[in-house]
Ligand binder design. Structure first.
Ligand code: DC
Length: 234
């Protein structure tokens, strides 16, 4: 079944948005855009160029450098592997560092940065066939998306999953700190004045606290199948 639809996936930090978005992209042969990776890449650039220092932004420097920042993706549809490219360099691993994670909420609350990244995200969706995950995709980036999902799960469960993921990569983190950072990021996402994380009226809310990945796939894939059937007038 083929059709060109756009799918928005929003939700809290660490609730598996990118995992399901990649599965959708592979199953339905769509492009995957990780909008969080764009904010992370921007943060990495700002850290490397001392635009952000001790969690404080040098706004003059930011204005001077903003047009030098080019972000792109390379997504392998067959294997579901996404690479984030910052000024022609693959930064997919670097943008997941603790330092970037600690600073990304500050960067993503800055109006000129959001404006630039949202324009780029909208450019990516122009020809449809995109699944994008983030915080403001259904509300701001793709208000007319054909399907919108909002994912959530209890903070303790999300922190436990994230802790296990980071530990399995050999990173020395504590569950307590992972939970603390996650709660802080939730707070920033929900309370920031520009484009906060909200549940849009037409979003399908999925709480995956007690769902396995397979169970979640089943629910989401069946909604997409239904939408595609409708789009194709079956
Ligand atoms: O999804 P993530 O954890 O990789 O996102 C990193 C940060 O970027 C997150 O703390 C919130 C921010 N973000 C945002 O403000 N808007 C988006 N559309 C995506 C992410």
């Amino acid at each position: 079944m083929s059709s060109k639809i756009n799918i928005a996936i929003d939700g809290h930090s660490s609730c598996g948005k990118s995992t399901i978005a990649k599965s959708i992209a592979v199953k339905y042969n769509m492009n995957y855009i990780d909008s969080g990776a764009m904010y992370r890449a921007f943060t990495l650039y700002c850290l490397d160029n001392k635009i952000i220092n001790n969690q404080s932004i040098d706004h003059t420097k930011l204005t001077n450098y903003i047009n030098d920042i080019k972000i792109d993706f390379s997504f392998n549809n067959k294997y579901g592997v996404s690479k984030t490219i910052l000024n022609n360099i693959n930064v997919e691993d670097k943008i997941r560092s603790v330092e970037v994670t600690k600073n990304v909420s500050i960067i993503s609350a800055v109006q000129i940065i959001r404006k630039k990244l949202i324009a780029l995200q909208q450019e990516f969706t122009k020809n449809n066939n995109v699944v994008m995950d983030g915080r403001d995709i259904g509300s701001k980036v793709m208000p007319n998306a054909d399907l919108k999902f909002f994912l959530t799960a209890k903070a303790e469960i999300r922190a436990q999953r994230r802790y296990e993921e980071l530990s399995s990569k050999g990173l020395n983190v504590s569950y307590k700190n992972v939970l603390k950072n996650l709660n802080l990021r939730d707070k920033h996402d929900i309370s920031r004045s520009i484009n906060p994380l909200i549940i849009t009226k037409n979003a399908i809310v999925i709480d995956n606290t007690n769902l396995s990945l397979n169970e979640q796939d089943e629910i989401i894939f069946s909604k997409i199948d239904k939408k595609l059937k409708y789009e194709n007038n079956y």
